[in-house]
Design a protein around this ligand. Structure first.
Ligand code: GLC
Ligand code: CA
Length: 577
């Protein structure tokens, strides 16, 4: 089969849509494709080059779209296939690529394949899932091994009809597919072709590094909850083979593939994303999501800038020239980054600093809806108001001896629902998201934090995102340059340099609530030439404390800069003539 050339995903940036909370186009309180259609110009104006849609397919919503009951249709809440074609067409006319979420580690238990599979051991779908006989200890019926699911309790659920257990690494309603069955892989390819034939440009591939299980399904480490079986399904024995099969399909269309890999490492990722024979183009790693938690958001720790910097730099150096980074600080699976790594007391400064901090690294940035407005976490007053299966399970099963307020606080700082509140379009009722009561709670700060107000304010977070994306796009150094970190041990400053063909750009990010001093590398201050005579200082090309920009006199020739709370300053030193 012929291969089509891939588009230049390295020069691009993407916007992630979690459709249910993005924009309601038909007044029923639920975001939909008409809403997306109406906001495509907004997305284009932000300066991104494409959209990644979290799942928009029929789903009982046990895990909000990540439990799919039909891979080749649109959820009726969101519209029809024709509505999707209309969005795709307009996006393409605007020059925006469109990526869909390919969720093939598991389906919904309401998918017809699973319903058939449950009927018995001798039907065509019987082997589509991972079924095993129980183990009997005397009269006691036990699951085939001791694995926990990552979302709720044990990883096995008993089915009376088959007299067997099925595996679910995530929620009970998300049975894992048996990818070792060639028929399942053919289904995956057929799903890919269905959307690629329609004109979709690629996929973000959900927990793709989990799709190959060690067939022996051995017991995991007994006392570790949630991930004790990980060793036997993360980057499993046939993963590379399976991904190569899917890659062949993608390449026929020139489609781009971004894998999600919750527990990968640089060396793990490089096996899949390096070189021309790579089977994925980028990997979504989780290390940069763990600067204020241990393994999962629920196990909270105080934010550590040094942990964040180690993660950034480990991936920047680790992938280097061999592979390409997917850059992100937010998505639908984590609380809002401003509330985590920034400061709600310094909303504008920290929200904009965080933008430059990741967008100007080497890689392709992904921006999650509302991140560009500096949306923050929500704190609901009862667990009954939360939807996220992870939060609800954690609340009812962990720390149950603690007072309710304390347990709720744990949910406030960790829940995925904070990223799933309706998008704040304006100060109008329901934040301009819908004319009808929205399906989920609107963050009460929408009167000040909203797209309409920020659009008009030249110093808003929204306009700073636009500037960052524009700057990245216009600079070969930022698109192609190398990365080097400075001041590695500072717990207040993150500083890195991008260099390309003699030009250097320095990004200085303060994570401090106080005004602080900061030394910069020699190449950027006055008099840096060999003769030490006063050569001009680098120019400031971006700063979140000044719209007009500064002139070179603001850069102190004594090498020290003053930084305001959460200030970010970007300096450029042009190639010496
Ligand atoms: C991915 C998705 C997340 C989902 C999980 C199981 O991590 O991003 O939302 O819950 O996979 O599908
Ligand atoms: Ca709607």
């Amino acid at each position: 089969m012929e291969k089509k050339e891939q588009f230049d995903f390295r020069g691009m940036s993407f916007y992630q849509i979690w459709i249910r909370s993005f924009c309601d186009g038909n007044g029923d309180g639920i975001g939909d494709l008409t809403g997306v259609y109406n906001k495509l110009d907004y997305i284009k104006d932000l300066g991104v080059d494409g959209i990644w849609f979290s799942p928009i397919f029929p789903s009982p919503n046990a895990d909000y779209g990540y439990d799919i009951s039909d891979y080749k249709d649109i959820h009726p809440d969101y519209g029809t296939l024709d509505d999707f074609r209309r969005v795709l067409d307009k996006a393409h006319k605007l020059g925006l690529k469109v990526l869909l979420d390919l969720v093939i580690n598991h389906t919904s238990d309401e998918h017809p394949w699973f319903k058939e599979s449950c009927k018995g051991k001798d039907n065509p779908y019987s082997d589509y899932y991972i079924w095993r006989d129980p183990i009997f200890k005397g009269e006691r019926r036990l699951p085939p091994n001791n694995w926990f699911s990552q979302f709720e309790g044990l990883a096995w659920e008993y089915n009376e009809n088959r007299g067997q257990y099925y595996l679910h690494v995530f929620a009970r309603k998300q049975p894992d597919l048996n990818m070792d069955n060639p028929k399942v892989r053919e289904e995956v390819k057929s799903i890919m072709r269905f959307w690629l034939d329609m004109g979709v440009d690629g996929f973000r591939e959900d927990v793709i590094t989990y799709i190959s299980k060690d067939k022996r399904l051995p017991d995991g480490i007994p006392f570790i909850p949630a991930i004790n079986g990980l060793k036997f399904y993360n980057e499993g024995p046939n993963l590379h083979n399976f991904l190569s099969e899917f890659r062949a399909v993608a390449l026929e269309y020139g489609a781009v593939q971004i894998g999600e890999a919750p527990n990968t490492s640089v060396s793990g990722a490089l096996k899949y994303i390096a070189g021309p024979d790579r089977v994925l183009d980028m990997m979504i790693q989780f290390d940069t999501m763990m600067a204020d938690c241990f393994m999962a958001d629920y196990i909270h720790l105080p934010f550590s800038l040094r942990r964040l910097k180690r993660a950034f730099t480990c991936w920047q150096y680790g992938l280097g020239e061999n592979a390409w980074n997917a850059l992100y600080l937010e998505n639908h699976d984590h609380p809002r980054v401003l509330s985590r790594y920034g400061s709600e007391d310094y909303r504008r400064a920290s929200g904009s600093m965080l933008a430059a901090c990741f967008i100007l690294q080497r890689g392709t940035p992904f921006i999650y809806q509302g991140q560009e407005l500096g949306m923050t976490n929500i704190a609901l007053d009862s667990i009954d108001k939360y939807n996220d299966v992870v939060s609800v399970y954690a609340y009812h099963h962990f720390h149950t001896h603690e007072p309710v307020e304390k347990r709720l606080r744990r949910i406030h700082i960790s829940s995925r629902d904070s990223a799933r509140t309706p998008m704040q379009w304006s100060a109008a009722e329901n934040a301009g998201f819908s004319e009808y009561e929205p399906w989920f709670y609107v963050n009460p700060n929408y009167k000040t934090v909203n797209a309409e107000a920020e659009d008009k304010d030249p110093e808003s977070i929204l306009n700073f995102y636009r500037k960052c994306l524009q700057l990245r796009k216009s600079s070969e150094t930022l698109l192609k340059g190398s990365y080097r970190e400075y001041r590695r041990f500072s717990s207040r400053i993150y500083m890195y340099e991008r260099a390309y063909e003699g030009e250097k750009i320095l990004v200085i990010c303060s994570f401090s609530k106080k005004e602080i001093g900061c030394r910069i590398p020699r190449a950027f201050y006055k008099g840096s030439g060999k003769t030490r005579e006063a050569s001009p200082a680098a120019e400031v090309i971006l700063d979140n404390y000044s719209v007009a920009g500064m002139d070179e006199d603001d850069i102190d020739c004594t090498k020290k800069l003053r930084l305001m709370p959460y200030e970010v300053m970007v300096l450029r030193r042009k190639k010496e003539c």
